[in-house]
Write a protein that binds this ligand. Structure first.
Ligand SMILES: Nc1ncnc2c1ncn2[C@@H]1O[C@H](COP(=O)(O)OP(=O)(O)O)[C@@H](O)[C@H]1O
Ligand SMILES: [Mg+2]
Length: 225
């Protein structure tokens, strides 16, 4: 994907809050990227734009060589469901549904029949090491287990891109390392992974670190050849 001169301004009239200023960013398939920067620097806003959860105010967005800057919400929703898996710091699991049902949920929206939904959800929970916790409710799981369920849910539509906004922000360092190893594995299997993090140790798992400050990219470096 290629973002060119992306800007984002929240609000309107006299209450305009400029948040992103001319972001230029190219991401190749299979990259593993960390976006870093102080609180309020625009990391989540940029992730939301990359994931079509939010529109830029100006600038262009190319996906697979096609300019989709003026695509309508319906087309973006299709692209999002087909290509992107989201993971958040707060997990956002549905509290009354067990792990299996949480992972199945995106497949209901995608219209996948019941039996296939269950099979795919079981497969993903096994992949993240939770084959023995499928009937547990979120409040019966540890933070790390909850994030694994959230990652299984993000994977169940077989996305090409995983966007994770501070996925280890609510976890202790040992659990964080396990979650990062899972993301490394997914990247090695071919997924493009972009994470937002505050922590240098977390960013060290990735191949490229982008630093944002006041809505601008101030540094963009590869940490591995
Ligand atoms: N919906 C919104 N309306 C107005 N301002 C917003 C909105 N979302 C974020 N902001 C502002 O944009 C700036 C960047 O926010 P954000 O992208 O969440 O930063 P980060 O993730 O780096 O902490 C902040 O000053 C924040 O207050
Ligand atoms: Mg944020």
């Amino acid at each position: 994907m290629k973002l060119s001169e992306i800007t984002k301004v929240y609000g309107n009239g006299s209450l305009q809050v400029p948040v992103l200023h001319g972001i230029d960013l190219s991401v190749e398939d299979g990259e593993f990227i960390a976006i870093m920067g102080p609180s309020g620097s625009g990391k989540s806003t940029l992730m939301n734009i990359i994931g079509f959860l939010d529109y830029p105010t100006a600038g262009t967005f190319e996906l697979n060589g096609e300019n989709i800057s003026s695509a309508k919400e319906k087309q973006l929703a299709l692209l999002r469901n087909k290509h992107i898996g989201f993971v958040f710091q707060q997990f956002f699991l549905l509290p009354r549904l067990n792990a299996l049902k949480n992972v199945e949920a995106p497949l209901i929206y995608a219209g996948v029949p019941k039996r296939e939904r269950t099979e795919r959800a079981i497969q993903m929970l096994e992949k993240v090491g939770l084959g023995d916790r499928m009937k547990h409710l979120p409040n019966q799981l540890s933070g790390g287990q909850k994030q694994r369920v959230a990652i299984a849910r993000a994977l169940v539509n077989n996305p090409t891109l995983i966007l994770a906004d501070e996925p280890t922000g609510a976890l202790d360092s040992k659990t964080s390392a396990q979650i990062m190893e899972l993301l490394v594995q997914l990247n090695q299997e071919g997924k493009t992974v972009i994470i937002v993090t505050h922590e240098e140790e977390i960013a060290d798992y990735t191949d490229r670190i982008i630093n944002l400050k006041d809505g601008k990219i101030i540094d963009d470096r590869r940490t591995r050849p």
